[in-house]
Design a protein. Structure first.
Length: 183
């Protein structure tokens, strides 16, 4: 997929992410990003299997948690790094808007995946993506991303049934141009 930079996605529930530009570096491409997160908001526990994620706090306070560890807290000028393959989450632990700048490397399908997830969240009342969208995206891009809070039974039993019914109902049409998974 080709994107024009900068472009912004909004979850409608406290997270706004702007993809600033892709940069060719000596060790591969990286995608520069800026996020604005409302107090208490942030993504659930998730993992990027192929990407490293780095966030430097420009304004506010971020809480960062790696699965199985206690959260750490960081203020302006401090950097948090989430290594590929390590489940993590972060949230705005302050009272003001959290602004972070950073990058994701390699970008692979992160723009498409997060764009589709944010759009689904924005269209929901619950603040979560629809079951069909989750099933489609987490199945198609399982080599790249996972939402670790979704039970394995749901992913292996419920998701295939939801996908089959959703495709019969035509719900998959919006994903017809989805890029191939990176691996």
């Amino acid at each position: 997929m080709n994107f024009t930079y900068p472009h912004t996605i909004d979850s409608g529930h406290g997270e706004v992410l702007t993809f600033l530009r892709r940069v060719n570096g000596p060790s591969g491409d990286l995608l520069e990003v800026e996020n604005r997160v409302q107090p208490g908001a942030g993504p659930p526990m998730h993992v990027h299997y192929l990407q490293d994620e780095v966030i430097t706090v420009v304004q506010g306070r971020i809480a960062a948690e790696v699965a199985g560890q206690e959260p750490t807290y960081h203020g302006s000028g401090e950097t948090v790094t989430f290594k590929r393959g390590v489940a993590h989450r972060f949230w705005n632990s302050g009272n003001d808007v959290l602004i972070g700048k950073g990058y994701i490397t390699p970008p692979d399908n992160i723009e498409y995946f997060l764009g589709a997830i944010f759009a689904s969240i924005k269209n929901s009342r619950s603040g979560r993506p629809s079951l069909f969208d989750s099933a489609f995206l987490l199945t198609k891009y399982k080599s790249e991303f996972d939402m670790v809070e979704i039970p394995a039974l749901v992913k292996t039993v419920v998701f295939p049934i939801v996908l089959m019914i959703g495709r019969i109902m035509g719900k998959g049409k919006k994903f017809r141009d989805a890029p191939k998974a990176a691996k």
